[in-house]
Design a protein around this ligand. Structure first.
Ligand code: NAD
Ligand code: TYD
Length: 329
C-alpha cells in the first residue's frame, strides 16, 4: 500500500509509520508541519519520504497526496493545556486542516481516509464507558476542535461518498511521546529529581492505551472498517493520575517527596473511559497491560537520552516555566 500519513513525525504518527513499514511493508509519505511536537528524528531509519508542510496548505497537501491509496491523519495540535492558553492554532489545524485534507482526498479520488480522533470528544463520564453512539460533548478547546474535525469527516462520507473511518483512541503512552503529557513529563522529572506537578486532587481517571496497540487498532480500521463508521480504541486499564505517578516513582526509584500539588486545570475532565466492542469485532485486542507498558516506557526514556535531551533544553524549557511557573532543574 502507498500511504500518506499526516502528522507522522509526532508521537502516535511515528509509531504508526514504524508499524506500517515494518509489519506491512508499506510505502509511506509523511506530511508534517514539524511544530515543536514534530520530530524528524522519530522517523530516522524508516526510509520514508518526509514533506515539511501544513495540512491547511492545499498545495502541500495535493503534492503529498498524489498517487496514494489511503490517507491517515494524525496531524493536530494535541495538548489540552496549550489549547486553554492559545486556542487559535487548534482550530486552524484540527478543523481547517482536516477540511483541507478532505477536499484534496475528494478531488484526487483517494480510496480511504482515516481520521485519528480522541475519546475527549465525548466529554467526561463518571461511570460506565462511552460507545460510538454517545453524544459529542467536548469540554476543552482541544476536544471541541477535534469534534469539529470529526463532524467534517463524517459529512464527507454523507455528502460525497468519500470512504472515511474515524478512530477514537483513549490516552496513549509509550516511546517518543513529547514530555508535555502526563507520563513522559513525570518520568523525565522523576529521573532528574524535579518536582512532579499533580493537578487538583490527582484523582482524575484516564484509560491508558499503549501506543503500539493503538497503531494496530488503526490498521484494523484502515483494512476492515466500514465506510462512514467510528471505532473507539480504548486501553485495557484505567488509573487515577496519582496512582500513575506512584507507579512511576516505583519504576524510577525516585522519592515520593517530589510529588507537588498544583492548581487544577480549568474545566478538567474527571474521567475518560472507552468501550471498544466495535473494533474488537474487527479482530483487534489490546495486548499490553498498563504495568508492562509503563515499565517498557520508563526503560525507553532511560535508554534514549539522545531523544529527549534536545527537547528538555529547547522550547520546552520556556513552555514549562510559563505553564508551571517554575524552572526545570
Ligand atoms: P503529537 O502532538 O505528538 O504530534 C502531532 C503531530 O502533528 C506533530 O508531528 C506535529 O508537527 C504535527 N502537526 C501539528 N500541526 C500540523 C499541521 N497544521 N500540519 C501538519 N502537521 C501538523 O500528537 P500525538 O499525541 O501523536 O497525537 C496524534 C493524533 O492522535 C492527534 O490527532 C490526537 O488528537 C490523537 N490522539 C492522541 C491521543 C494521545 O493520548 N496522545 C489519544 C487519542 C487521540
Ligand atoms: P494529559 O497527558 O495532558 O492528557 P489529557 O488531559 O489529554 O487526558 O493529562 C493526563 C492527566 O494528567 C490529566 O488528568 C491531567 C493530568 N496532569 C497532571 O496532573 N499534571 C501534569 O503536569 C499534566 C501534564 C497532566
Amino acid at each position: 500500500m502507498k500511504l500518506l500519513v499526516c502528522g507522522g513525525a509526532g508521537f502516535i504518527g511515528s509509531n504508526f509509520v514504524r508499524h506500517r513499514v515494518r509489519d506491512h511493508g508499506d510505502e509511506v509519505v509523511v506530511l508534517d508541519k514539524l511544530t515543536y511536537a514534530g520530530r524528524p528524528e522519530n522517523l530516522k531509519d524508516l526510509g520514508v519520504r518526509l514533506d515539511a508542510g501544513a495540512i491547511e496548505d492545499a498545495d502541500a497537501v495535493r503534492t503529498a497526496m498524489a498517487g496514494v491509496d489511503a490517507v491517515v491523519n494524525f496531524a493536530a495540535e494535541t495538548h489540552v493545556d496549550r489549547s486553554i492558553s492559545g486556542p487559535h492554532a487548534f482550530v486552524e489545524t484540527n478543523v481547517t486542516g482536516t477540511l483541507t485534507l478532505l477536499e484534496a482526498a475528494r478531488e484526487l479520488g483517494v480510496g480511504r481516509y482515516v481520521q485519528i480522533s480522541t475519546d475527549e470528544v465525548y466529554g467526561s463520564i463518571d461511570e460506565g464507558s462511552f460507545t460510538e453512539a454517545s453524544p459529542l460533548e467536548p469540554s476543552s478547546p482541544y476536544s471541541a476542535s477535534k469534534a469539529g474535525g470529526d463532524l467534517l469527516v463524517s459529512s464527507y462520507t454523507h455528502t460525497y461518498d468519500l470512504e472515511t473511518v474515524i478512530c477514537r483512541g483513549s490516552n496513549n503512552y509509550g516511546p517518543y511521546q513529547y514530555p508535555e503529557k502526563l507520563i513522559p513529563l513525570m518520568v523525565l522529572n522523576a529521573l532528574h529529581g524535579d518536582p512532579l506537578p499533580v493537578y487538583g486532587d490527582g484523582r482524575n481517571v484516564r484509560n491508558w492505551l499503549f501506543v503500539e496497540d493503538f497503531a494496530r487498532g488503526i490498521s484494523h480500521a484502515l483494512a476492515h472498517g466500514a465506510p462512514g463508521e467510528v471505532y473507539n480504541v480504548g486501553g485495557p486499564d484505567e488509573a487515577q493520575n496519582i496512582d500513575v505517578v506512584h507507579a512511576i516513582l516505583r519504576h524510577t526509584g525516585a522519592d515520593e517527596s517530589l510529588i507537588t500539588w498544583v492548581t487544577d486545570r480549568p474545566g478538567h475532565d474527571r474521567r475518560y473511559s472507552l468501550g471498544s466492542e466495535k473494533i474488537r469485532a474487527l479482530g483487534w485486542e489490546a495486548q499490553v497491560r498498563f504495568d508492562e507498558g509503563l515499565e517498557r516506557t520508563v526503560s525507553w526514556y532511560r535508554e534514549n537520552a539522545w531523544w529527549w535531551e534536545p527537547i528538555r533544553s529547547g522550547e520546552y524549557r520556556e513552555y514549562y516555566e510559563r505553564h508551571y511557573g517554575r524552572a526545570l532543574g
